[in-house]
Ligand binder design. Structure first.
Ligand code: CMC
Length: 440
């Protein structure tokens, strides 16, 4: 039984191997699937479990985010994502994820101040930026600068000090938006714009991206609400690839900035956070509703590696609730910026309709995910596709830091160390075998 006893044992599973029976405890989750505790299996039965991609493995106990993939439910600390998207703002959601409950007015005001005072970056980080090529992908700069924060903020590296952990968390969340905006400015050859702490988190990010030395960007309420909703919807998503990466990196005792940099790297991949850039690029490549059939056939073909970006999810076997919210926001934003008939939105809606009625997508339960509509919104706001994953990363610093904190504070936390199913050579004597396939 986990030492913190927050899960209840309901029954045991019996595993019979060569006439030996092993009893494995089953713990009841508050909601969703129960788990079989196999942590003692190796010491008792000298066997490992094998689960590539962790499709059946719970890597930790967590109280932060709940997903019911069949019903299309997403909750942060018990609150439905739809309600949070309507009634909350990003910093309130950050507070909820990290501290476990919604703050009252006074607490929220105080928390906003605590985050905001960390938006500035050490001046020397500007020199650090100058080292990147002008055509560097903004995610490359995100990974590098996030990791480099550990060399600038050495007074918050002690993971065993609760105060330092909290301060590091606030630094990461506040500074990620400044770093993201700097990466954008650097990539377009404009001067960096300093944060303005009288603005909300989302307004400030838009200001740092779109104001310049000659002109102040006027943040409209429709755009800042859309930006804030995008941040809320991407804030956490339980044990996905990047969050698991943060937890695994942190399990060795690595400092929080290094762990978050590892998370940013994992997020970058097109199967994860990089899908928003890939989805928009795919829509642009399809170009016209005439070509939908051709691309659907490519997605269905076993011989073609092409996948419909923005479709499918490891956990959601129903419409991703975040995509539903973004579909509505998308229409508002396009109307606000005066795009009456965006051909890309039209194409996206047609593609969605056709795919949702296609046997292949129905049978495999492939629905639009969060990345399907976010790119269209971000493009209408004025961001280039290279910035989409950066925006995802800024939002996800909330979930990563909440999950990292939960892991550090978990009494049963150990270094993460998966085992393997070895299928390589048995012991060889040097020189006895030379493979022709040794140049892979
Ligand atoms: N287009 C065509 N076929 C697909 C797609 C797709 N987008 N997604 C899954 N499939 C097929 C897949 O080929 C497999 O077929 P088969 O059973 O014949 O081998 C079947 O559906 C099951 O898919 P899977 O690859 O086993 O599912 P997974 O859980 O390993 O992968 C996924 C989930 C999100 C990586 C995958 O659906 C995908 O690559 N989608 C496109 C990229 C994308 O939009 N990613 C964003 C995810 S949401 C944002 C985030 O949280 O990061």
């Amino acid at each position: 039984m986990p030492k913190n006893k927050s899960t209840s044992k309901i029954k045991t599973a019996k595993l019979i191997i060569n006439k030996n029976t092993y009893e494995l405890p089953i713990y009841n989750s508050t909601e969703g699937e129960s788990v079989i505790d196999i942590s003692k299996l190796h010491s008792q039965a000298k066997l490992f479990t094998y689960d590539p991609g962790f499709t059946s493995t719970a890597s930790c106990e967590s109280k932060i985010t709940f997903i019911d993939g069949d019903k299309g439910i997403l909750r942060y600390r018990g609150y439905n994502i739809e309600e949070l998207a309507n009634k909350s703002d990003f910093i309130e959601v950050v507070n909820l994820l990290i501290y476990g409950d919604l703050p009252n007015k006074e607490q929220l005001k105080k928390y906003k101040k605590l985050i905001t005072r960390h938006t500035l970056l050490h001046e020397q980080i500007i020199n650090f930026f100058q080292g990147f090529r002008r055509d560097a992908h903004p995610m490359a700069m995100m990974v590098g600068v996030m990791g480099a924060l550990s060399s600038f903020y050495q007074d918050t590296l002690d993971i065993n000090d609760a105060h330092q952990r909290q301060e590091a968390t606030r630094r990461i969340i506040a500074k990620s938006s400044t770093i993201g905006a700097m990466a954008y400015k650097y990539s377009i050859g404009q001067a960096f714009v300093s944060p303005k702490n009288n603005l909300s988190f989302s307004e400030n990010f838009l200001h740092m991206c779109f104001s310049n030395t000659a002109e102040e960007y006027k943040v409209s309420p429709v755009i800042s609400k859309a930006m804030d909703t995008i941040f809320i919807l991407h804030a956490d998503h339980e044990q996905n690839a990047s969050t698991s990466t943060v937890r695994l990196a942190g399990s060795s005792g690595a400092n929080p900035f290094a762990c978050i940099a590892a998370g940013v790297s994992s997020l970058w991949g097109p199967a994860h956070g990089g899908a928003n850039q890939a989805a928009l690029e795919m829509l642009e490549e399809i170009g016209s509703t005439k070509n939908i059939k051709k691309y659907l056939n490519k997605a269905k073909s076993k011989k073609d590696p092409f996948k419909l970006m923005g479709f499918g999810h490891r956990v959601y076997k129903n419409y991703d609730p975040r995509a539903k919210i973004l579909k509505k926001i998308c229409k508002n934003v396009l109307a606000h910026v005066g795009i009456k008939n965006d051909p890309i939105l039209k194409l996206a809606m047609e593609l969605e309709k056709i795919a949702l009625n296609d046997k292949y997508f129905i049978e495999k339960k492939l629905y639009p995910n969060v990345d399907f509509y976010s790119g269209i919104i971000l493009r209408a706001i004025g961001f280039p596709p290279e910035m989409f994953t950066v925006i995802f990363a800024i939002a996800r610093t909330a979930g990563w830091t909440a999950q990292w904190t939960e892991m550090i504070e978990d009494p049963i936390q150990k270094i993460g160390r998966p085992r393997q199913y070895y299928t390589g050579n048995k012991s060889l004597k040097y020189g006895t075998k030379r493979s022709r396939k040794n140049t892979r």
